[in-house]
Design a protein around this ligand. Structure first.
Ligand SMILES: Cc1cc2nc3c(=O)[nH]c(=O)nc-3n(C[C@H](O)[C@H](O)[C@H](O)COP(=O)(O)OP(=O)(O)OC[C@H]3O[C@@H](n4cnc5c(N)ncnc54)[C@H](O)[C@@H]3O)c2cc1C
Length: 496
């Protein structure tokens, strides 16, 4: 019997594996593959060819799932979504923890610990970036530059952090927590999917695992301690399948947040904004407002970047369709219509400093939403998040009215994306919750140490969930640092 099995190698799983390795025997199982950097997708065609299809391409990199009013993207790979993200690390505002069973103050040392390993830093491309000047003008005093897990000396500013850095500049988890865990003796099995879990009569758990590429090859493994870190849908699909053998609290699948994730463009303004197409997301403004219940809510508006190789396609599409997709606003007389039209037409044949795209702000939002999503399982046992009212959540309405205010000042067309598909109205890469942490089973699926509750109020011996699903609320900032800090805390409790 193995001491500890960790399922999934995203932030939660990698942190726990790194902290437990060397203290006991730890095996990490990951359904995805260990992606060599040169194979990470770059063009739109490569991105399509790396899409995961359960039968035809089970070792694909990424997947969509659509529920009512929401869409989510998630990743299968060694290192989880750290392989394809922007590596933005940020601490949430203190009031976020008002609904947590752990206080903001208590969490700070775990944030510090996680930052010590993730090692983010701010981009050395300093004040010369024009979007910084734009933000200082439009939201004076509110700009906060971001920190990313990027080794800037190797960064070519191509903007391909998403969907994956081929230059080796990204400090993804295989280079931070997983490297640390391997140094301490962690065993890793990639391309190995856990498909079933059951408790053993006296102590421990039995797992059915199979090769991701050859699903016919099933074997069983037994462990004393089981840490489920398979990310939003990996964790929830497995828990749903084993509910008869391991009943859970009634909070399971409830109060899911999209982390206020949204994307919009303020297209063709009268300001030169994004001359450096392709640089990663490096700056933001942090806003706060009171909702109808007088509760404080946080919004982070990041200045988005289009990867260099996709700049022309995006410029072309926006030039042709921004009029159809968006609403043009702005002060009359600041700039002639013909000047704006000229910039749009220029973008039809080449992207450059004088074109419309370089006068546009990509409004990437992370915000404190109401976490009102509910997981529904389809007949094939796959979870999807239903939240038909997500696009009308107070935080998104506030974000849109703020964007309209910006447009009224600097002109431009407000294009809310992706509005092309009904199900994609609220599209997130940061889905959180579903197995939220709480102080009792009526409040959560796991306790503050991430031990899984039994419905009677006790906890299962040696059974933990440690990933994005345990976050009890929306964070209003990108979540990887908080997931890592929560995992640091859980690992400390496991080590006693
Ligand atoms: C495009 C994109 C950009 C993002 N940008 C940022 C950013 O800049 N900053 C930030 O903080 N966050 C960002 N995020 C979000 C962040 O990366 C995720 O919130 C985070 O990775 C979730 O961590 P996790 O521990 O829940 O596991 P995940 O990273 O979701 O990993 C779970 C792993 O478990 C594996 N797994 C699933 N099921 C099984 C199974 N049955 N058996 C074995 N293995 C299994 C999966 O293959 C996967 O590798 C981004 C996400 C995306 C997709």
């Amino acid at each position: 019997m193995i001491d500890t099995i960790v399922v999934g190698s995203g932030y939660g799983g990698s942190v726990v594996a790194a902290r437990l390795a060397g203290t006991c025997e730890v095996l990490l199982l990951e359904r995805g593959r260990d992606w060599p950097l040169p194979e990470l997708p770059r063009s739109l065609g490569e991105l399509m060819r790396s899409y995961l299809l359960r039968r035809r391409r089970p070792l694909g990199l990424w997947e969509f799932r659509f529920g009512r009013g929401t869409g989510t993207v998630f990743v299968s790979a060694l290192g989880g979504a750290s392989l394809v993200n922007y590596g933005i690390t940020a601490r949430p505002d203190p009031h976020i923890f008002d609904t947590w069973p752990v206080s903001w103050g208590e969490m700070q040392r775990y944030y510090d610990r996680a930052l010590g390993v993730l090692s983010p830093s701010s981009a050395p491309v300093g004040e010369e970036l024009l979007d910084k000047k734009f933000l200082d003008r439009i939201e004076p005093g509110r700009r906060v530059d971001l920190e990313n897990t990027i080794d800037w000396k190797d960064c070519t500013y191509c903007g391909h952090c998403v969907p994956g850095c081929r230059e080796g500049a990204k400090l993804n988890l295989t280079r931070t927590y997983l490297a640390l865990a391997r140094e301490k003796g962690l065993r890793v099995r990639t391309e190995t999917e856990v498909v079933g879990i059951e408790p053993l009569p006296v102590e421990g758990y039995r797992l059915q695992v199979r090769s991701t590429a050859n699903p016919g090859r099933v074997e069983t493994l037994e462990c004393r301690r089981l840490v489920l870190s398979a990310g939003t849908f990996g964790t929830m699909d497995l828990l749903h399948r084993m509910r008869a053998k391991l009943p859970l609290s009634s909070s399971f699948g409830q109060r899911v947040s999209m982390n206020g994730d949204a994307l919009a463009f303020l297209y063709n303004t009268s300001h030169s904004i994004s001359g450096e197409h392709g640089a990663p997301l490096t700056t933001s403004v942090r806003l706060r407002f009171r909702d109808h219940e007088e509760k404080l809510r946080s919004l982070l508006v990041m200045s988005g970047r289009i990867p260099r190789s996709m700049a022309y396609g995006s410029a072309f599409l926006l030039s042709c369709f921004s009029g159809l997709l968006g609403q043009t606003r702005g002060p009359v007389g600041v700039e002639s219509r013909s000047r704006r039209l000229y910039r749009r037409i220029r973008d039809l044949w080449s992207v450059g400093a004088g074109g419309a795209l370089s006068h546009s702000f990509m409004y990437k939002l992370d915000a404190q939403d109401s976490a009102a999503g509910v997981v529904r399982f389809t007949s094939s046992g796959r979870g999807v998040v239903d939240w038909p009212g997500y696009a009308r959540d107070p935080i998104l309405r506030t974000a849109v009215s703020r964007l309209n205010r910006w447009a009224d000042r600097v002109g431009g067309t407000v294009v809310l994306l992706p509005g092309l598909h009904r199900a994609m109205k609220g599209f997130s890469v940061h889905t959180l919750g579903g197995c939220r942490m709480g102080s009792s089973p009526s409040e959560g699926v796991v306790d503050p140490e991430c031990r899984v509750f039994r419905p009677d109020g006790g906890v299962y011996d040696g059974f933990y969930i440690v990933d994005s699903t345990v976050c009890p609320s929306s964070l209003g900032v990108p979540p990887s640092l908080t997931i890592s800090a929560v995992a640091e805390r859980a690992a400390e409790a496991m080590l006693g």
